[in-house]
Design a protein around this ligand. Structure first.
Ligand code: ZN
Length: 472
């Protein structure tokens, strides 16, 4: 009798697959990459309805209705859509944002407060990734970049926080030159308004204090080497006196910039591992995310002479930007000393990750979309597993945004921003570049036609070097 009922059950399962829920999209028989557990869940059907993963079932169990778009996922790998957590919208033409989507980057954190006017056109637009906007950049009375608005005093900085809170901005973006009193005013006002602040750890504060005070993220591992230096006190005093002079000037001179940067170089040469151990251990007690942007360090500080990207991204770089990415031998010689800094930062990044500090992936700049994949590879080179590298651009980004219940991994009831890969990213992290298609806001995106469309726009803007005036 028991055998009979089991037989019946099996018959029912095979003859009548799960009832159609009117899925908009079904991906059949796909290998799901579980980024959190670092494993492949084989041969599943994924049913999507109105941008949400409604059902994950055994392969070939979900049935399609007439309107369902069916994707054959056999032998392919499904990962959550990627987030680039440090970008700048320098280009004036929104069209280039398609590059992010073509490369599987479904969301970005914009770090300049630029192009807020684009927010109105985002909504259902499937050509623009999801965006978190920062406030305008806050960098003290004499900002590093002339294009940033000087912030004279605490009154002005409080006003900026209040205006940002009212606008679509999600956080205050800090750079390195924020004076201590203004930083404290930001902390108080943000606490009062339940608002976030993120960006560079300013020289006037230091990395541990910033973490204690609730800074949401630290970019470029700023302040880390300073705090690991045996000369820490001396260097902070030196920076304070330099910043005091700077605050009274109208414009930051090249010499002043070099003197400030010099403190970082000194920190590098007085690095102490025991100090680093205690700093990182202390940092692990707080929730400050680290967005290391190793790609920038690689591109500007560790460029090998034979550095050439093997993919087709040069087709999309405007020529002035290409020049930056292919520096001449003379420039490379000057950059050589930074090799030591990069190696050390990679080591410390791995140490922070091992202590449980959350890492988020950010490209900072470069070729939209393409560079995030480099960043994941750099993380793996620094010691993270392939799955851990994937976490930095998926679940960790979701945790950063307080949305881990709704996105960041492939589970039922989570957002169906997804990337279908031809090959397994847990075997080789470079396989995140091997994109078959992207599912974004219920639309199936084929990468190649999208990139072709962008090429035309890039020809139009080819004489603009967006990084000439500023990069941070
Ligand atoms: Zn930046």
């Amino acid at each position: 009798m028991k055998q009979l009922s089991l037989c019946l059950l099996l018959c029912v399962l095979f003859i009548f697959p799960l009832k159609s829920e009117n899925y908009d999209i079904i991906i059949q028989n796909v290998n799901i990459v579980d980024v959190e557990k670092g494993r492949i869940v084989k041969n599943k059907d994924v049913g999507i309805q109105q941008q949400v993963i409604k059902k994950i079932a055994i392969g070939n169990q979900l049935s399609a209705s007439d309107s369902t778009q069916v994707i054959n996922g056999k032998g392919k790998y499904l990962i959550p859509g990627l987030w680039d957590m440090h970008v700048h919208f320098y280009f004036p033409d929104k069209e280039y944002l398609k590059m992010y989507l073509a490369k599987g980057v479904v969301g970005v954190r914009e770090m300049t407060g630029y192009r807020m006017e684009w927010r109105d056109s985002i909504g259902k637009n499937t050509n623009v990734p999801r965006i978190i906007f920062s406030s305008q950049i806050v960098d003290g009375p004499t900002p590093w970049f002339e294009s940033d608005i000087p912030v004279k005093d605490c009154k002005q900085v409080i006003q900026i926080v209040q205006e940002a809170k009212k606008s679509e901005s999600k956080f205050i973006k800090l750079l390195s030159l924020v004076p201590r009193d203004q930083y404290m005013a930001i902390v108080n006002e943000c606490n009062r308004l339940n608002f976030e602040f993120a960006g560079h750890v300013p020289y006037s504060i230091g990395i541990i204090e910033a973490a204690k005070l609730g800074q949401k993220s630290n970019e470029h591992l700023n302040g880390l080497l300073l705090s690991c230096s045996t000369q820490e006190k001396f260097l902070h005093a030196r920076l304070d006196s330099l910043l005091n002079v700077v605050s009274k000037e109208e414009k930051l001179s090249g010499i002043m910039k070099m003197q400030i940067m010099g403190c970082t170089t000194k920190a590098l040469w007085s690095f102490n591992q025991a100090k680093a151990d205690s700093v990182i251990h202390e940092l692990s007690k707080y929730n400050m995310f680290q967005c290391p942007t190793l790609g920038v360090k690689h591109r500007f500080q560790y460029n090998e002479l034979d550095w050439v990207y093997t993919d087709n991204r040069y087709d999309f770089f405007p020529p002035p930007v290409q020049k930056r990415y292919r520096p001449d031998a003379e420039t490379l010689k000057k950059l050589k000393p930074f090799e030591r800094e990069l190696k050390l930062q990679e080591k410390l990044l791995y140490q922070m990750h091992s202590e449980g500090i959350k890492i988020i992936a950010g490209s900072d700049q470069g070729c939209a979309g393409f560079n995030l994949h480099d960043e994941l590879e750099y993380f793996v080179n620094a010691g993270l597993s392939n799955a851990e590298a994937l976490q930095t651009a998926t679940i960790n980004a979701a945790i950063y945004m307080h949305k881990e219940q709704k996105m960041g991994s492939i589970d039922e009831n989570k957002l169906a921003d997804l990337v279908l890969l031809n090959t397994n990213p847990l075997e080789n992290i470079q396989n995140t570049r091997d994109i078959k298609l992207v599912i974004f806001k219920n639309k199936i995106i084929q990468p190649d036609p999208l990139l072709e469309a962008v090429k035309e726009v890039n020809i139009k803007i080819s004489n603009i070097d967006p990084f000439e005036k500023k990069f941070d």
